[in-house]
Design a protein around this ligand. Sequence first.
Ligand code: PGA
Length: 262
Amino acid sequence: MNTLVCANWKMNQTVQTMEQWCTDYSHAQSTHRSDVEVVVCAPFVLLPALVARAGGMHVRIAAQNVSERAHGAFTGEVSAEMLQSIGVNTAIVGHSERRTLFGETDDDVAAKVVRLLALGMTPICCVGETLDAYRAGKTVDVITQQMHAVIKKMNDAALTDAHTVARLVIAYEPVWAIGTGLRASAQEAQEAIFVIERMIAEAFGDASRVRKLYGGSVDAQTFGAYLDQPSIQGALVGGASLDSGHFASLVRIAQEKHGARI
Ligand code: PGA
């Protein structure tokens, strides 16, 4: 299974800084390897210009959100079809900032996952517990509930064939580790992701083709330890992805680790 290194720029960059990032990343990147996939999740307005530059950088471009609805009177929303029409086939859904700051529920997030899967697209679905839940030892309860909503909606929509399930990407991102410099240990991340893996295997028969990522203050010092875990196939990287050189070094780490694993 390919390793996945995803940049999440959040609400950062303009067309001008994005152009500079692309130029710098192109210079900094190492040799392209097809077994390590690089994804840049960018604000909507930057997507067309990024798509035009994606091939030269060997990266895939993704959105940071998508509507669960097909079309209609939903001012300010962007549909999955709109993304597809500009060549974007991947989107983050249910990032904790969307859940906590914009009130997205487990059901909303699951509906977005299903919308993308139904159109042959790739959701990077984020799950993870708050600091209070972590301290109360409720990590497994929270991610079980979040994953249950996704699995239920996939079952309801009959999106359960092996090909479709394999498109799903799950990012375990403890809310308390995002942008804080705190992080779950590699062992904690492995334990949480193992729960996710088991739920997917129980629901769909096989979890081996579903990529599971860790996210939360990942940087070049810490990335390798996560990749050493048996259930982790990559990372969703916020702050450290804004620096093109730092992000290129994460891609290099993934390439070295992947090379060592096969
Ligand atoms: P961070 O963000 O790497 O800045 O903690 C990760 C994310 O929110 O996806």
